[in-house]
Design a binder for this molecule. Sequence first.
Ligand code: IPE
Ligand code: MG
Length: 229
Amino acid sequence: MDGNGRWAKQKGGLRIFGHQNAITAVRETVESAAELGVKFLTLYAFSTENWNRPKHEVMALMQLLVHTIRQETPTLLKNNIRLQAIGQIDSLPASCQQELAEAIALTKAGAGMTLVLALSYSGRWDLTQAAQRMATDIAAGKLRPEAVNEQTIEQYLATAGMPDPELLIRTSGEQRISNFLLWQLAYTELYITDLLWPDFRREHFYDAIQAYQRRERRFGKTSEQLTVS
Ligand code: IPE
Ligand code: MG
């Protein structure tokens, strides 16, 4: 979800004005994904590197997070959506952790869609924490080094139990991954739009889905192999 700051600047406002105006985009995207039958939607809300922003912006983002989770939980319940979080959750302010834990507990029966918030998340952090936990289990004799394969690594990632993303949507025209789900994005289709995140609406989400439907996912195979059953 990129482009909040630029959106605010275009309107002559402060960066936080852009963040405040991003909530409608979040709501419309979550609702339309759930309606279309998407099973997992992950929102990259705050990266490990975002901690390096000016302190007042970080604080405003955290307050907005608490406020939004509280405000949107009834809508999640109504739409049968389960909330989850990935990232260094223990680095968030206590109020955020508490709000998040409550919303996760309240929505845990939501079987329609899983909404994953990536908070204080980065792909390198994820791979590092997975390596650390794997090494701990190896040292404790719970895991054999020869037994480590791709599935093992997946089980130690923060996304354990979640499928790899089929589609990545990035707003604001930037053509980079920015330390998102590095391992998990191996074969994900990338969709980049110049729209700034606060302007992103339901119809733009549909555009992305339609573009995805026109892609041919070969996973290293040839086009001919895909049509022969
Ligand atoms: C995305 O918008 C929101 C967060 C990273 C929290 P930005 O704040 O990155 O907006 P730009 O990139 O400055 O326009
Ligand atoms: Mg940005």
